[in-house]
Design a protein around this ligand. Structure first.
Ligand SMILES: [Zn+2]
Length: 293
């Protein structure tokens, strides 16, 4: 029964949150201002959620631990060729996929598209690197052409909710479902037939209900193992932020890693500068993969 599954999921999820260091630090919401057209509707997600939890809240919510034991999930038999089934196989029991399931390293970029997205796409193109983009519905609405470029370049799409509501997962099932569906509908309005096989809850605040509904909509819930905190523009800025991102990614990336960064939700010039240095390095050390669809 659903209730049983959710209850079990809640327990597992709570445990996972305690173990997962970065789970809530996708507080991109800390710097998430939304597209300039911003509040498209005052509606269902609750406008107040656009403005985020504090850094300390984010840290407290997650603890400082390392990614969960999920790492031990059995990799799929094949590599990137297999579709979502392969992604599912890598998901631990809480239903959140945090590693690629093989030696491949996945770059994931959240909160776009934005005015910075084309610059990132150009760099990825230059190095022939495929990545995964967790896009926000209102941002897709504002920058449809950049979403088209993302897909045209062969990157993977991920649903990051309609307008980055960090508390969406705690709302009613109907509200969650409507938000995720609306986001997928907007994506497919811009790119008909687009494959959207992943869902990432804003702030990493996955709940069993959100994971379950994402599954019902055909999406694997996507976490991460490396978080250089490029969202934390209150703590670092400019070259200091760039250097922080570079050293964090250098020090923490291992085979199978899913790296969290942002191409939207605020000024991403430091992220772009960091990846200018990081992309050739990472490409030399690892196989960089778009998550399979
Ligand atoms: Zn985000």
């Amino acid at each position: 029964m659903t209730r049983t599954r959710l209850a079990l999921g809640a327990l597992i999820s709570a445990a996972a949150l305690a173990l997962t260091g970065c789970a809530a630090s996708d507080a991109s919401s800390v710097s998430w201002h939304g597209p300039s057209s911003g509040v498209v509707d005052g509606g269902q997600d609750g406008g107040t959620q656009a403005h985020p939890i504090s850094d300390s809240t984010a840290q407290a919510a997650t603890g400082a631990g390392k990614p969960s034991a999920s790492a031990s999930a059995t990799p799929s038999a094949s590599t990137s060729a297999a579709p979502s089934a392969s992604a599912s196989a890598t998901a631990p029991s809480d239903g959140i996929m945090r590693k690629t399931g093989n030696d491949g390293v996945a770059l994931t970029f959240d909160d776009g598209p934005s005015a910075d997205t084309p610059k990132l796409l150009a760099m990825l193109r230059q190095h022939n690197i495929k990545a995964t983009f967790c896009v926000v519905g209102v941002a897709v609405q504002e920058f449809p052409q950049y979403l088209q470029e993302i897909v045209k370049d062969g990157h993977t799409l991920c649903n990051h909710t309609w307008k980055h509501d960090e508390k969406l997962g705690k709302k009613s099932a109907d509200t969650i479902r409507a938000d995720l569906q609306r986001t997928n509908d907007e994506i497919r309005k811009v790119v008909p037939g687009a494959q959207i096989k992943y869902f990432r809850h804003p702030g990493g605040n996955f709940t069993p209900a959100a994971v379950q509904i994402a599954t019902e909509l055909g999406m694997v819930s996507l976490g991460w193992t490396v978080d250089p905190s490029d969202w934390n523009t209150k703590k670092w800025s400019g070259n200091q932020m760039t250097q922080h991102i570079i050293s964090n990614v250098r020090n923490n990336t291992k085979p199978g890693a899913v790296i969290l960064s942002h191409d939207g939700g605020g000024d991403r010039s430091a992220t772009l500068a960091a990846y200018k240095t990081l992309l050739p390095e990472l490409k030399q050390q690892f196989t960089l993969v778009a998550l399979p669809v």
